[in-house]
Design a protein around this ligand. Structure first.
Ligand code: B3K
Ligand code: ZN
Length: 859
C-alpha cells in the first residue's frame, strides 16, 4: 500500500458546496443516489476530471447535469468523471449491503438497525465522494425505509419533512445547514426509543436533546443526559462556545469500533459510553460516560465548526478536545484525582508508544492507513502539548488564544500551525521553538540535580529527546516545569515557580536557603516528560507526606515504589536492603491511610501501585516475569505490614452509604484498594472479605471490585461468584463484557487456560468489538498472562489478529502494538514475540491496517 505524506498536501481541484443524498434503506440492500453540485476551486490546480473516492463500491449509474454519462472510468476503487466546464451536477447511484459490512465502517447493520461510521474514510464505502476533510458541503438527505423495521429515521441537522408511502415505507428529509466534511455525515434507522430533554443556550436558543437507545435500556440513560447538559453549560462558561442547531441527538449502538463519534448533530456512541446505572456500571464507568459525552459534544466546535485540513492534523481536533474534556471532568469532580488518572493513562499507553517502533509525532508526517493514527500520542500527548501552552500563557491569555482560533477559522478546515499561530497572537506569546512538540516524537528525559551552597540553591536541568523511528537527531524543546523548594524544618515553601527549560542544559538559582531545601518538580505534571532526579528515599518520604501539590505527592510515592521495584527486579537488593525499602514504603502508605486531611478519592488514588506496564517502561530491557513477582511481593508485604490499618480503613469505608456522592465513591475506591492489599497479604482473610463484599454489594463498583479479587484467587468462592455474576447479568451485554474482561485480566496462575476456554463460550464472538476486546484486549494488557514464559500468550494474540483481520481490520490492528514491544523485553521472550509478528507478516492476505502496524513493528 502507498505511503501518504503530509508534505504532498494539495487543495482539491473542485468545491462541492451542496450534496443531496437519497437512501432507500434495507438491511441487506441499500440504494444510494447522491447528487453533488461541483465547481472549480480557484485556489487549486485545475483538473479536467474529478476524483470521487470509493471503497468496494460498484457504480449503478452516472449522470452529469441530469444526463446519463459515459465520461467516467474507474481508477482502482475510485471513480473519475471528466467534466468539461467550471460547474456541474454529478449524480451517482450505488447499491450496498450493510449486513455484510463486518468492518463497521460506512453503513452497517447492528442488531437489526442501520447506522454509520464515516471517520476517517468510511463515507467512501457509502457513495463515491471526495472523501477528505477539506471538502465542506451542506447536506440534504432523504431516507426511505420500512416503517416497521425502521420506525426512527435520523440524520445530521434538522428534520424538515416526513411522510408515509402506500407500500409500508415511510420517509424523512433532513437538512444540515452547516457545511461539513464527509467524515461527519451520519445516518441511523431502527427501532429506538428516546430520553428527551432540553437545554437553553446562553443566547436563549432552545435545543431539544434526545438520547436514543433500545427500549430496555431507556432507564440507563439518565447519567448521559445530565452529563450532556453539564457539558453544554460548561463549554459556554469556559470556552464561550454555544450550540448551533435546535436539535442534538445521540444514538447508542452495540457494535462500534471506538468509543463514540461526533457527527454533526447526531453523535453515535458505543453503548458502553451511554448506558449507566448503579447496578450495572462502576464509578469508573460513570466517569467514562461523562467524559466521552463531553468529548463528543465539545467536538461540535473543536472539530466540526473548525475541522482539519487533512488527517495529519488530527491532533488539532483530538488533542484539543481531549484537553477540553479533561478540564471539564476536573471541574465536575476532583481536579487532582482527574489529573493523576490522566497521567496514568499517558504513562501506561502513550509513553510505551513513544519509546517503541510505532512512535510518531502528534502531527505525523506519513501514514499508510490513517485508522492506525488514532493513538494515545495524537490524543493524549496532543492534549498535554496544548495544556503546556495553557500553563505558559496562563488561563486568561490562553482563552484569548482559543477565542481567536475559533473566530479566525470558523467554517474552515485548519491546521495545527493555524492553532499555534492563533494562540501566539491571541495570548501574545512566542511559540516558535515550541512548535518542535508537533514535529518531534519521543518522550523527553529531564535530568535534575539540586546543589546547595551558602544560602543558594542551584538547580541543574538537562534534557534529552530520544531518537525515534525516522528521527535520529532531536533539538531541545521548551519544557515548562512547575517547581517548589521546601524548607525541611517548617515543611513549607515560599511559592511555586514556573521555569522553562529550553536548552539542552540550564541552571537556575534560588536564594535564601540556610539549609538544602527539598525539591518538588514537574508539579501537576506540567510537562509530559520523564524526570530523573537525584533525590534520596528520605526526601521522597518527606514529599509523599508533605507536598501541598497533590500530584507531586502522588509522584513522590510512586517514585519511592518504582525505584525500589527497579532495584529489586534488577537483583540489586540483599535481604536487608529489601526489608528496609519495604518498611519505608509501608510507612509512607501508613501515613496516607491515616492522614485526616485527605479525602478518600485522593487517598484511594495514592494507594494505587504503579502498573507492571509502567514499571517495564522505566527499564531499558524488562523482564515481565520478575516485575510481576516483585510487584506482587511488595503488595503482599504492604498487606502484611499494614493489615490492621487496612482492615480498619476497610471497615470505615464499608459503612459509608451506597450512593453516587463523592464521599461514597471515595469510600468505595479506598475499600477496593484495601481489599487488594489485604488479599495479597492474607489470602484467607481477603477471600472471606471479598466473598462477603460480593454477596452484600448494592452497586457494580463493590461487586466488580470483589469479583476482581476473587477472580485472581483459587477456591470455591471464585467459582461461585463468577457463576452468580454471569447468571445475574447474562442478558446485559455490557456487563457480560465485564465478566469476560475480569477473568482475562486476572492474576490467576491459570489465566491463559481460562481465556482459551472462554473463547468457546456461547456468548463469545469476534464480530462484536466490545466482546472481542473484553476477552483479548484485557488479556493482551495483562502482562502476567500475555508474557507467559512459554510464549503461549503471544501465540494466542497473534492468532486473534489473524482471525480478526479479515472481519474487522481496524480492531485487529489494535492488538499489534503489544507484540511490537519485543525490543524492550528480555531476550527469550523477545524472540518469541518477534517470531509471532513474523508469522503474521507472512499471512497471504493482510489488511492495510494490520500490514502497516506489523511492518513498522518489525522494521
Ligand atoms: N473522532 C472519533 C474517532 C473516530 C475514529 C475512527 N477510526 C472519536 C473521537 O475522538 O471523538
Ligand atoms: Zn475526539
Amino acid at each position: 500500500p502507498p505511503t501518504i505524506r503530509r508534505e504532498d498536501y494539495k487543495p482539491f481541484a473542485w468545491l462541492v458546496p451542496e450534496v443531496s443524498l437519497q437512501f432507500e434503506l434495507g438491511l441487506e440492500a441499500t440504494r444510494v443516489v447522491s447528487t453533488l453540485t461541483v465547481a472549480r476551486n480557484a485556489k487549486a490546480d485545475p483538473s479536467p476530471m474529478i476524483r470521487l473516492n470509493g471503497d468496494g463500491l460498484e457504480v449503478v449509474s452516472v449522470k452529469v447535469d441530469g444526463e446519463p454519462s459515459n465520461s467516467w472510468t474507474m481508477d482502482g476503487d475510485d471513480l473519475l468523471v471528466t467534466l468539461p466546464g467550471d460547474a456541474h451536477e454529478i449524480t451517482v447511484a450505488t447499491e450496498i449491503d450493510p449486513s455484510a459490512n463486518t468492518q463497521l465502517m460506512g453503513l452497517y447493520a447492528s442488531d437489526g438497525m442501520l447506522c454509520t461510521q464515516c471517520e476517517a474514510e468510511g463515507f467512501r464505502r457509502i457513495t463515491f465522494f471526495p472523501d477528505r476533510p477539506d471538502v465542506l458541503s451542506t447536506y440534504r438527505v432523504r431516507m426511505t425505509g420500512s416503517a416497521e423495521t425502521f420506525p426512527v429515521l435520523l440524520c445530521n441537522g434538522n428534520l424538515e419533512a416526513t411522510g408515509t408511502n402506500d407500500d409500508g415505507t415511510h420517509w424523512a428529509e433532513w437538512h444540515d445547514p452547516w457545511p461539513k466534511p464527509s467524515y461527519l455525515f451520519a445516518l441511523v434507522a431502527g427501532q429506538l426509543v428516546a430520553n428527551t430533554d432540553s437545554f437553553t443556550t446562553m443566547n436563549g436558543r432552545e435545543v431539544t436533546l434526545n438520547i436514543y437507545v433500545r427500549e430496555g435500556d431507556l432507564g440507563r440513560t439518565g447519567h448521559a443526559m445530565e452529563s450532556l447538559k453539564r457539558s453544554m453549560k460548561w463549554d459556554e462558561e469556559t470556552f464561550g462556545r454555544e450550540y448551533d442547531l435546535d436539535l442534538f441527538n445521540i444514538v447508542a449502538v452495540s457494535d462500534f469500533n471506538m468509543g463514540a463519534m461526533e457527527n454533526k448533530g447526531l453523535n453515535v456512541f458505543n453503548t458502553k459510553y451511554v448506558l449507566a446505572d448503579e447496578d450495572t456500571a462502576t464509578d469508573g464507568d460513570f466517569d467514562g460516560v461523562e467524559g466521552v459525552i463531553a468529548h463528543e459534544y465539545f467536538h461540535n466546535w473543536s472539530g466540526n465548526r473548525v475541522t482539519c485540513r487533512d488527517w495529519f492534523q488530527l491532533s488539532l481536533k483530538e488533542g484539543f478536545t481531549v484537553l477540553r474534556d479533561q478540564l471539564f471532568s476536573q471541574d465536575m469532580g476532583s481536579e487532582p484525582v482527574k489529573r493523576i488518572e490522566d497521567v496514568r493513562v499517558l504513562r501506561g499507553a502513550q509513553f510505551p508508544e513513544d519509546s517503541g517502533p510505532l512512535a510518531h509525532p502528534i502531527r505525523p508526517d506519513s501514514y499508510r492507513e490513517i485508522s492506525n493514527f488514532y493513538t494515545a500520542t495524537v490524543y493524549n500527548k496532543g492534549a498535554e502539548v496544548i495544556r503546556m501552552m495553557r500553563t505558559m500563557a496562563g488561563e486568561e491569555a490562553f482563552r484569548k488564544g482559543t477565542d481567536l482560533y475559533f473566530e479566525r477559522h470558523d467554517g474552515e478546515a485548519a491546521t495545527c500551525e493555524d492553532f499555534v499561530r492563533a494562540i501566539e497572537d491571541g495570548a501574545g506569546m512566542d511559540l516558535q521553538q515550541f512548535r518542535l512538540w508537533y514535529s518531534q516524537a519521543g518522550t523527553p528525559k529531564v535530568s535534575v540535580q539540586l546543589e546547595h551552597d551558602g544560602d543558594t540553591a542551584t538547580l541543574h536541568l538537562s534534557q534529552q529527546v530520544p531518537a525515534t523511528p525516522g528521527q535520529p537527531d532531536k533539538q531541545p524543546m521548551p519544557i515548562p516545569l512547575k517547581l517548589a523548594l521546601f524548607d525541611r524544618e517548617s515543611g513549607r515553601h515560599s511559592g511555586e515557580e514556573l521555569v522553562v527549560l529550553d536548552k539542552a542544559e540550564d541552571t537556575f538559582t534560588f536564594g535564601g536557603f540556610a539549609s538544602k531545601p527539598v525539591l518538588s518538580i514537574n508539579r501537576g505534571f506540567s510537562a509530559p516528560v520523564t524526570i530523573e532526579r537525584d533525590i534520596s528515599g528520605e526526601e521522597l518520604v518527606f514529599l509523599a507526606a508533605q507536598d501541598d501539590d497533590p500530584f507531586a505527592r502522588y509522584e513522590a510515592l510512586q517514585d519511592l515504589v518504582v525505584s525500589h521495584l527497579k532495584q529489586a527486579v534488577e537483583g540489586e537488593l540483599d535481604d536487608a536492603a529489601r526489608t528496609e525499602a519495604r518498611n519505608a514504603i509501608a510507612g509512607a502508605f501508613r501515613a496516607v491511610l491515616v492522614d485526616e486531611n485527605l479525602d478518600d478519592l485522593m487517598r484511594g488514588e495514592l494507594l494505587v501501585l504503579p502498573s507492571e506496564t509502567y514499571l517495564a517502561e522505566t527499564m531499558r530491557i524488562a523482564d515481565p516475569g520478575r516485575i510481576h513477582e516483585e510487584r506482587q511481593a511488595l503488595r503482599a508485604a504492604i498487606g502484611i505490614a499494614l493489615e490492621d490499618e487496612l482492615a480498619a480503613e476497610y471497615q470505615t469505608a464499608a459503612s459509608v452509604p451506597s450512593d453516587l456522592s463523592a464521599e461514597a465513591r471515595g469510600a468505595r475506591k479506598v475499600k477496593t484498594q484495601a481489599l487488594l492489599y489485604l488479599a495479597a497479604g492474607n489470602p484467607e482473610r481477603g477471600r472471606e472479605l471479598a466473598w462477603e463484599q460480593y454477596r452484600n454489594a448494592r452497586n457494580m463498583t463493590d461487586r466488580q471490585g470483589a469479583l476482581m479479587v476473587l477472580a485472581g484467587m483459587s477456591g470455591i468462592e471464585r467459582t461461585n461468584a463468577l457463576l452468580d455474576f454471569y447468571n445475574r447479568y447474562k442478558g446485559n451485554a455490557l456487563v457480560v463484557d465485564k465478566w469476560f474482561a475480569l477473568q482475562a485480566s486476572s492474576m490467576h496462575p491459570d489465566v491463559l487456560e481460562h481465556v482459551k476456554a472462554l473463547a468457546d463460550h456461547p456468548q463469545f464472538t469476534l464480530r462484536n468489538p466490545n466482546r472481542a476486546r473484553s476477552l483479548y484486549m484485557a488479556f493482551a494488557h495483562n502482562p502476567h498472562g500475555f508474557h507467559a514464559e512459554d510464549g503461549e500468550g503471544y501465540r494466542l494474540i497473534a492468532d486473534v489478529i489473524l482471525a480478526l483481520d479479515p472481519i474487522n481490520p481496524q480492531t485487529a490492528a489494535r492488538f499489534v502494538p503489544q507484540l511490537g514491544r519485543w525490543r524492550r523485553i528480555e531476550p527469550k521472550r523477545s524472540a518469541m514475540m518477534k517470531a509471532q509478528l513474523e508469522r503474521i507478516a507472512e499471512a497471504p492476505k493482510l489488511s492495510r491496517d494490520t500490514y502497516e502496524q506489523v511492518s513498522r513493528s518489525l522494521g
